[in-house]
Design a protein around this ligand. Structure first.
Ligand code: ZN
Ligand code: ZN
Length: 159
């Protein structure tokens, strides 16, 4: 398996935004799930009059894909070019969007943690550090750790 850094292209138009959402939906759930999302967003859009119908469609698509992404954080999904990537959180706890280049740095913490049944159930945690500036210009530095550490976690090589 090849893990690559996927270049982030920021959407500038609705069409680009939709293409991005659909590519994510495909990665997170395959064609069948994308079709479900389209159906649901389409039904929702029909409840809106023009000219807000298209933005209603986009916004529901985005919400569904965003929720799915949150469930998949830390898991590996395929990319359109046949590679794989780890699903990253969409934002830090201060709501800074992480869909911009250079928004975060990723690291890995080894862990000898055990699950509720006493079995070793994970080998470590993903850690993402937010580099987005706060409104006062200081660096955010909030971390998102996945899976969330529990009291049974025992980090390797960290004091
Ligand atoms: Zn942040
Ligand atoms: Zn752990």
């Amino acid at each position: 398996m090849q893990l690559g850094v996927v270049p982030v292209v920021l959407p500038r138009t609705d069409a680009q935004f939709l293409a991005r959402i659909e590519a994510d939906a495909r990665a997170y759930g395959g064609e069948a799930w994308l079709a479900d999302v389209r159906d649901e967003a389409h039904a929702w859009a029909l409840e809106h009059e023009e000219p807000t119908r298209r933005s209603a469609y986009l916004s529901l698509m985005w919400q569904l894909v965003d929720a799915r992404r949150a469930e998949l954080v830390g898991q590996v999904v395929p990319t359109p070019d046949g590679r794989f990537r780890t699903v990253t959180p969409a934002r830090c706890s201060a709501e800074h969007s992480w869909d911009v280049p250079g928004a975060w740095v990723a690291s890995w913490m080894g862990c000898r943690g055990r699950g509720p049944n006493g079995q070793r159930d994970h080998r470590g945690h993903h850690r993402w550090l937010c580099l987005v500036p706060n409104t006062d210009g200081s660096e955010c530095r909030r971390e998102v750790i996945y899976p969330e550490p529990t009291e049974d976690c025992s980090f390797v090589g960290i004091g």
